[in-house]
Design a protein around this ligand. Structure first.
Ligand code: CA
Length: 202
């Protein structure tokens, strides 16, 4: 139904609409007839192209692209936008997404040195502190892609985030160990994960 997409990149929601038709005839007796017709309209979503991988985030589909390039962590936002104008450095919604991301990275040649900058920044009120009662493993950082929500995606390495050289304001995901660590936005990462919402196919 959609041109230019491989089947695994297409997922669909099925919307159900109901139409009721009623008629009433009055003579010496009264008869009411009601008919319900159900039609289904599939909506096909697609990623920018087949190099992106579609993730089902229940209420929307999210497309990710693993980019392996050695760059200063805070420059990856521009790198993602160069690939797709609407893309941002992706957050991580849940642990299953970590598995998908690390698999994609390994398929592109990532190794044990590969750490990917992900779409998160240290919360302002946790800027200079490590773990405290109010700055926990779940609240010290915020997602920055305007899509990822909640705290199910956090999977810190042991002892992280430690804000050791405060402010460690960015987060990297180590590919082979699938755990996260806070670090400087000015330090070098070996790649990133770009993300953009899937759009309705024409
Ligand atoms: Ca750290």
């Amino acid at each position: 139904m959609v041109f230019g997409c491989i089947p695994t990149q297409q997922l669909e929601f099925v919307e159900t609409t109901s139409t009721s038709i009623s008629s009433t005839t009055s003579t010496t007796t009264s008869t009411t007839t009601s008919t319900t017709t159900t039609t289904t309209t599939p909506i096909i979503y697609e990623c920018p192209d087949s190099t992106w991988t579609m993730l089902d985030r229940t209420t929307y589909f999210w497309c990710i692209f693993v980019l392996l390039e050695a760059r200063q962590a805070n420059t990856f936002q521009t790198e993602c936008q160069n690939i797709n104008a609407n893309a941002k450095v992706s957050g991580i919604q849940n642990l299953a997404e970590i598995s998908t991301i690390t698999s994609l990275a390994m398929a592109k040649g990532a190794d044990s040195s590969t750490r990917l900058t992900i779409g998160a920044k240290r919360s302002a009120n946790c800027w200079l502190v490590a773990i405290t009662a109010s700055c926990t493993k779940l609240t010290s950082f915020e997602w920055t892609d305007d899509a990822t929500t909640g705290t199910d995606g956090w999977n810190w390495a042991s002892g992280q985030p430690d804000n050791y050289n405060a402010p460690e304001d960015f987060v990297v995901l180590w590919v082979t160990s699938a755990v996260m660590e806070d670090g400087w936005s000015s330090s070098t990462s070996l790649g990133t994960v770009c993300g953009v919402k899937a759009t309705v196919a024409n």
